[in-house]
Design a protein around this ligand. Sequence first.
Ligand code: ADP
Ligand code: MG
Length: 379
Amino acid sequence: MTLAPPAARFGELTIHPDISRAIAELGFMAPTPVQTRAIPVLQAGRDLFAQAQTGTGKTAAFAIPILEKVDAVLKRPQALVVVPTRELALQVTREFGAIGKYRKSHEVAIYGGVPYGPQERALARGTQIVVGTPGRLLDHIEKGNLDLSGLFVVVLDEADRLLDMGFAPEVRRLLRRCPERRQTALFSATLVADVRDLAQRFSHDAVEVAIEPEKQNVDSIEQVYVEVLEQDKVRALEELLRRYETDQVLVFRHTKRGVDDLEEKLRKRKHNVAAIHGDMTQRERERTLERFREGDLHVLIATNVAARGLHIEDISHVVNYDLPEDAEVFTHRVGRTGRAGKTGVAVTFVGEWDFDQFDQLRAKAGVPFRREILELYDR
Ligand code: ADP
Ligand code: MG
């Protein structure tokens, strides 16, 4: 007799409470679009072909349903995730560990360039979730260390990169070794014909999920982040100001104090700068913004609160000097930089304490980010 599984909510999704607890601890507030669409498909046992940009939470989109279904009592591989690189194998394994913190199943990363022993032992213990690169996975199969007969699901993560890196023959060999009756899921950042071919060849009646690169004018905005130590932020900003000499740069800070402090520092360094204060009326703020747009000012500094209700859509450069406090503000800000027909740039400073929060904001924003190295650190 089976009891109906207990359930918890995660946005529109129904998920296992063990997982709900773990992702709450990880700070996931709501599922990303690809998660909302992919998870029910995998929960229903269907095959899936999902495309969404990097940083949109594709790992959890397969990790959550896999962790729900794996039977920890059975000491054998039940889920296989194929990834293109060792770094990804480790990263995905870590995410399984974090999301599966309150589940009893185990996961192992399998990749080349390291001794076989520890991987062999992990497999021999009956680890249920196996995440690996194609070559080493095949090696373990040849050696009889890895038994795929108990798999219920195979995931090809970053399928486009797997193909780009020339892994197509290995991937095909692996898939041919998997049980006929199984679920197949492909995840990809891009929708290229080769990946679609692979999906068609190796899945049955797959549900296709494609997440559009987002609403509004996001296409015309280039999202960049730079890692910068708190103590170096003024120098980092000056580097950007030099780069964007002929444009206007709108800088966001958390607090009014931070705004005042930065304004003073930049003024002392002879920048043409002004601030938008919370104690200015909306009209005064709008007028200052207008002066800025017209090129009277090079740099304008504002808090979120002060910028609220202003029309800031047509500004070429926005800098998130402090990481926005919540995803709402962030998505709004980064979505409003581009101006009609031209390309806007939004630069987000990621400080030494911001990494986790930034990852979450980025996932929520649902747009791709590019990392840039500041000249400051590039020596
Ligand atoms: P992708 O595989 O699409 O490139 P990842 O799965 O690596 O993206 O996710 C990017 C980051 O977003 C990770 O740090 C992950 O932990 C985080 N993340 C995933 N889902 C969510 C969510 N629902 N809310 C907040 N952060 C999330
Ligand atoms: Mg990924």
